[in-house]
Design a protein around this ligand. Structure first.
Ligand code: PHE
Length: 340
């Protein structure tokens, strides 16, 4: 019996040492200590051993089992720690590895211009007034001294939604709302989308304007010129000069077109300024007294000026973009070339 137990033990220890994984080790345990295991069978057979031999044989069997179990548990620990090490090295993260670069989006040039204009006019004390894109014929035209039969309506090809409602053709529509909503002094800018049935390399049916309106005591064309001069220097460079040319808008009198000296050639004439040395940047004027009166403002006491800036136009000039469609595609190959 002693020999048999020793033989079982030696074989078990060999098998345990040779078990290469947790599963193999479990199998070894089952074949010896499991329900149908060799050592279990011997334990079951103890009842057949004579009573005087039983303590002695029992002791051998227990010693054998303990030896096998202690060997099993040592091997289990070893295999478990090996498995953990293998997992650690498989899941290891190299924190020094360079990250995959994600392409980064950029602000649209029109948004850049919008932000710059808000900064510039904000620093001059203008507040932002948000108008609405759908307007009534009254606010877009009639209240701006452009009645039904007025020829100036032909200046802008309008998208009508119904006889009464339309997509605003100009942010000037917001002027009237602002004057109805608050008493002078008024000093607002109103950026937003406008719509006109117009489509070529420099025009799009949807584009963006920034309206400006100042109503206060003693406002004159001089104030407008001084302020626009400062604005043009801020946006195009301190060296640019501005000039006013007579123009016509029904809601301003007098009306002007504002030009800046070409910031590319310095005024000597180039492709950008079409050889003239000047670039047209915006329309403006002294608010027509008819518009002020229509909003219930006493024109003996108050006067005002207004201006309207086409933001796509400024963006195209500033960033040297020659087709307005590029502004709406948000193509990173274009946007990445812009200096903010
Ligand atoms: N609303 C005019 C346009 O769209 C621009 C403008 C605004 C002119 C304010 C004068 C004063 O052409």
């Amino acid at each position: 019996m002693r020999d048999k137990l020793n033989e079982i033990k030696d074989r078990a220890l060999l098998q345990i040492a040779g078990a290469e994984g947790l599963e193999a080790l479990n199998e070894v345990r089952n074949t010896i200590l499991g329900k149908k295991g060799e050592l279990t069978a011997i334990l079951k057979g103890m009842k057949d051993v004579s009573p005087e031999d039983r303590p002695k044989v029992g002791k051998w069997v227990n010693e054998t089992r303990e030896a096998i179990e202690s060997c099993l548990s040592t091997q289990l620990k070893k295999l478990e720690s090996e498995a953990l090490k293998a997992r650690y090295s498989a899941e290891k993260i190299d924190v020094t590895m360079p990250a995959k670069m994600q392409p980064k989006g950029r602000l649209n040039p029109v948004t850049l211009v919008r932000n710059q204009l808000i900064d510039i006019f904000g620093s001059m004390g203008f507040e932002v007034y948000e108008g609405t894109e759908i307007e009534t014929d009254y606010y877009n035209f009639t209240a701006l001294n452009t009645p039904d039969d007025h020829p100036a309506r032909d200046m802008q090809d309008t998208f009508y939604l119904s006889p009464e409602f339309l997509l605003r053709t100009q942010t000037s529509a917001g002027q009237v709302h602002a004057m109805e909503a608050g008493k002078p002094p008024i000093k607002i800018i109103s950026p937003g989308k406008v719509f006109r049935s117009d489509d070529d390399a420099t025009h799009s049916p949807m584009f963006s304007q920034m309206e400006g309106l100042v109503v206060d005591k003693g406002i004159t064309l001089c104030d407008l010129k001084g302020m626009l001069d400062k604005f043009c220097k801020e946006i195009f460079g301190q060296e640019v000069k501005t000039r006013l040319r007579p123009s016509y808008f029904p809601f301003t009198e007098p009306s002007v077109e504002v030009d800046v000296s070409c910031f590319q050639c310095g005024g000597s004439g180039c492709k950008l300024c079409k050889g003239t040395g000047w670039i047209e940047v915006l329309g403006a004027g002294v608010v027509n007294t008819k518009v002020l009166e229509g909003c219930g403002i006493d024109t003996n006491e108050y006067s005002g000026f207004a201006f309207g800036i086409g933001m796509e136009r400024i963006a195209m000039l500033k960033y040297g973009i020659n087709n307005i469609k590029l502004l709406f595609e948000s193509d990173l190959r274009v946007l990445d070339q812009l200096e903010e």
